[in-house]
Design a protein around this ligand. Structure first.
Ligand code: 8ZB
Length: 484
């Protein structure tokens, strides 16, 4: 394979660029020098990397919703509402599913249908079809930085248009927007698509424009052990920085046990800095984002606010730079703007109340951090061995070998051999290690923790625990205990 972690060849980038900008008619409105000038004209208050740096310095946790509808004016109205009524510190533009699949003709039909029917017939904002000028209208209509949030294996054109359109942050990555989202797309191809996105941002950086990159941390949700999502986040960070990205927000999705989640938030930037240095890459600005509960939600709105609040508390105590907020409509689908704003207000209430509190470093927290560090290093060192030092090559081989293995992923490029289960305090452990390269001590730790749960529940650890854990939160619990 000609895959490599090294910076993309300039001719290859330009060759692809012609092709990418020709994929939909709005591509012709992207003019790099003009886009650089536009980005430079934005006030600092609208630049993601600037506001994140300020928050990190002050130890703040910012709140950001997800949101996107089909039509430009309605989308702007929605974002303004979340800013003014919800108090959102950062805004998103969640992209619709057709655009995520590069199906722009169908996105266009969705726009036209939405105009006719008078409500959004798409599950997000089709930024490619709307084009550069419309994106700039979005940016100019609000006062805070705006990020592109999506789930796109090949986001090259989306990145070109939205960054020229004044967005200052782009979510996703070659692993995190492939493995949880696709069945048949190879990791090699998505790493290459995302190297284009990262190189594009590198070119903006070289012109003095700061664009933040945020790998999608949670992968498949609430039963992904921290070391697996951390390994993916660090690799995507390494791949991005190698292409010239200089501002990274690394993500982690709530598992539900406070100590494990705080330990995960503490260790994520430590690991990223360690491996960037180890690979001879420059030091960059690293912040963290915590995702409130990415699993099933209770339908009862009062209960949903409880789930939201627990995520907010964890983000605050773990000192995440940013938290992605859920809404009381999560169990139903896309929220109304009122429900969305309510989720932000609930979250901000807790963030404000907890801003001066931290979780003390107890023996338990230290042990949890030590385990996450050792587990993640075990995976990452094997990835680098497999790639003979090249993180991109190593990633492809690691997925083949099951050295990185994401539970419950639809991708046929993922081994799918591991089984996670909660221990008796709700922390996520592995019941079946598959081919994850954990050493003896780590495996013993996981086994012992799950065995303790078995004793507490009077049953042998088995696949039934995994099933029970998946359905637990719908029954108002974290750990899936048998009835009784
Ligand atoms: C992987 C992310 C899933 C989450 C939310 C879902 C879920 C998706 C929209 C949205 C508001 C949208 N989500 N699309 N929230 N507006 N257009 O992303 O509800 O929580």
């Amino acid at each position: 394979m000609d895959l490599t972690v090294r910076q993309m060849d300039a001719d290859e980038f330009q060759r692809q660029r012609q092709e990418v900008l020709g994929q939909w008619q709005t591509g012709k409105d992207v003019v790099f020098e003009e886009a650089v000038a536009y980005q430079k004209s934005l006030p600092k208050s609208k630049v993601f990397a600037e506001k994140l740096a300020e928050g990190k310095e002050k130890g703040m946790t910012f709140a950001q919703p997800r949101a996107g509808v089909a039509l430009l004016n309605e989308h702007i109205e929605l974002l303004r509402f979340l800013q003014d009524e919800g108090g959102a510190d950062f805004l998103p533009s969640t992209i619709d599913s057709y655009t995520r699949q590069n199906r722009y003709t169908e996105a266009q039909a969705g726009i036209e249908e939405s105009v006719m029917i008078g409500r959004s017939m798409l599950n997000g904002f089709p930024a490619v079809n709307h084009g550069v000028a419309a994106c700039r209208q979005v940016i100019e209509s609000v006062q805070v930085p705006v990020q592109v949030r999506h789930g796109t294996p090949d986001a090259r054109l989306l990145a070109e248009i939205t960054i020229a359109g004044g967005f200052t942050d782009f979510e996703g990555g070659g692993i995190s927007y492939n493995i949880p989202y696709s069945k048949d797309v190879s990791i090699e191809s998505t790493i290459k698509y995302w190297q284009y996105v990262d190189r594009l941002i590198g070119l903006y950086e070289e012109q003095g424009v700061k664009i933040n990159r945020e790998p999608f941390g949670p992968l498949t949700g609430t039963l992904v052990p921290p070391s697996i999502s951390h390994a993916v986040a660090v690799i995507e960070g390494v791949l991005a920085v190698a292409q010239g990205v200089r501002s990274l927000t690394l993500g982690y999705g709530q598992c539900g046990n406070l100590i494990q989640d705080v330990a995960a938030l503490h260790t994520l930037p430590v690991l990223a800095e360690e491996y960037l240095a180890k690979l001879g890459l420059p030091k960059v600005m690293i912040t963290t984002v915590f995702h409130q509960w990415m699993g099933g939600f209770p339908q009862d709105e009062a209960k949903a606010f409880g789930v939201i609040s627990w995520g907010a508390a964890t983000a605050a105590l773990g000192k995440a730079t940013k938290v992605i907020v859920k809404t009381p409509h999560e169990a139903l689908g896309i929220p109304t703007k009122e429900a969305n704003a309510a989720g932000i207000r609930t979250t901000k209430q807790i963030l404000t109340m907890l801003k001066d509190q931290t979780l003390p470093m107890t023996e338990e927290l230290a042990l949890e951090e030590e385990m996450i560090l050792a587990e993640t290093r075990g995976i990452l060192d094997r990835v680098l061995d497999l790639g003979e030092g090249d993180a991109a090559v190593g990633t492809v081989r690691a997925f083949q070998a099951g050295v990185i293995d994401v539970p419950f992923a639809p991708s046929r490029y993922n081994a799918g051999k591991i089984l996670p289960a909660r221990d008796t305090s709700g922390a996520v452990r592995l019941l079946d290690f598959g081919n994850i390269p954990f050493d003896k001590r780590i495996k013993e730790f996981h086994r012992e923790r799950i065995a303790q749960r078995g004793r507490d529940e009077n049953r042998d650890p088995s696949f039934q625990m995994v099933i029970d854990d998946i359905y637990a939160i719908g029954k108002g619990m974290l750990v899936g205990r048998p009835r009784g």
